[in-house]
Design a protein around this ligand. Structure first.
Ligand SMILES: *[C@@H]1O[C@H](CO)[C@@H](O)[C@H](O)[C@H]1NC(C)=O
Ligand SMILES: *[C@@H]1O[C@H](CO)[C@@H](O)[C@H](O)[C@H]1NC(C)=O
Length: 176
């Protein structure tokens, strides 16, 4: 009888544990990041090279291992340049491979309008820029995204090889 009773207690305790770790809600956000290296008046460059590397990358006349750009890129709802701005990607990217076009991207996605205004998501990623899809580990967040975990998927929407300007599509899957 006593044994039977304690089995029941254990069963109840493990149910409570399951409830406590019930899956968090996943929020999907899609937005676009405008990486403007070469500005056209009256716009401003939002990706500015602040460090010049010494070693050219193989088969790449432009970029060098160690090149670093600081960014304050607009985030918009849609891909077009005139699409409503919902935030900024603020941080830097660095050419972190001696042999490949692979960046270290470290940035906060700061939301300044809409439902997530005032919240931010922190990303720390390897961005192999020629790959069709790159994964962005989410390392945290603030505001509504405090303690967020999850990932993003980054895709190049448009790239202009003359200006080096790019529009990136970002899909974020956040567990808060
Ligand atoms: C975003 O939040 C700030 C601070 O609360 C506020 O001043 C601003 O008007 C908001 N922006 C939009 C577009 O809602
Ligand atoms: C790239 O940018 C240049 C300079 O703004 C422009 O003349 C050209 O049409 C653009 N190319 C593409 C494919 O959009």
């Amino acid at each position: 009888m006593a044994i039977h009773h304690s089995v029941q207690v254990m069963a109840l305790a493990s149910l409570a544990l399951v409830a406590a770790v019930a899956p968090a809600t996943t929020t999907h956000l899609r937005f676009y990041m405008h990486d403007i290296v070469t500005a056209e008046a009256p716009g401003a460059a939002t990706a500015v090279r602040v460090v010049r590397g010494l070693t050219p990358l193989p088969n790449d006349p432009t970029n060098r291992f160690g090149d670093m750009y600081t960014i304050d890129d607009a985030l918009t709802e849609g891909a077009g340049a005139a699409s409503p701005v919902i935030g900024r990607a603020q941080g830097f990217y660095l050419f972190a491979s001696r042999t490949d076009a692979a960046l270290l991207l470290s940035a906060n996605m700061v939301f300044t309008a809409g439902k997530h205004n005032g919240s931010a998501v922190a990303v720390f990623a390897r961005d192999a820029i020629l790959d069709s899809v790159r994964e962005l580990p989410v390392v945290g967040g603030t505001g509504a995204f405090r303690g967020a975990a999850g990932y993003g998927l980054l895709r190049t929407n448009t790239f202009n090889a003359t200006t080096n300007n790019a529009v990136l599509q970002i899909d974020m899957y956040l567990n808060v």
